[in-house]
Design a protein around this ligand. Sequence first.
Ligand code: ADP
Ligand code: ZN
Length: 227
Amino acid sequence: MPGRQSMGLNVVIMGPPGAGKGTQSDLLAKDRDIPKIATGDIFREAIRQGTPLGIRAKALMDQGQLVDDDTVIGIVQERLTRPDTARGFLLDGFPRTVAQAEALDRVIAERALAPLVVVNIDVPTEELVRRVLGRRVCTACGANAGPGDSTVCGKCGGEWIRRSDDTEGVVRSRLEVYDRQTKPLVEFYRGRPTYRAVDGAQEARLVTAALGAALDAAAAVGIGQSA
Ligand code: ADP
Ligand code: ZN
């Protein structure tokens, strides 16, 4: 039976805006030594560089809308062909629609990759709004700060700013978009033996522990499935 390394660990971290996907994904990807692929980060980088993709993405992101499926799917498909994904990958912010999830399933099937492990981080809506409005990101290294943290980045000393899509109006539309387009994905994945949900409303380090345990349990099932 192949071990986890040779099978690869292919993870999707799901959850609404403000669930803590970014922070938790960073920790998890480092811990498991697999690359984190965050579509939101890819778009923010394109915006910083002023590419045509960045210009189009900014208009949509600042209204809380999604970038179109074909564009996002193309970017992720290309990213998943790079050699650093051979032992696995962690997707943060993708898929966000059923069409994106179906495209990802096709990649997994075509390349006979290990079954996706999908972990959903659950947090009540009002808590999400509170978190997103309090959140700051570092202009230099992209790290996240929670409410009440200091005014400079603890990692690199860079300046904290609020993301341009973290205003009350935009957050409400991002949550609406989430309910309409991304929540159906929970139904899409829920029946799979490699799907897990964790409580994201607890302290961050408890979420980290719960995610790690969910990942191991689901990955063990996944290895059994494809062996
Ligand atoms: P959040 O913190 O709200 O989860 P992200 O940083 O993941 O946000 O993404 C920010 C924005 O980038 C989204 O609101 C959306 O406009 C765009 N985006 C990111 N990932 C996707 C995707 N998979 N499909 C479409 N749009 C996306
Ligand atoms: Zn920083």
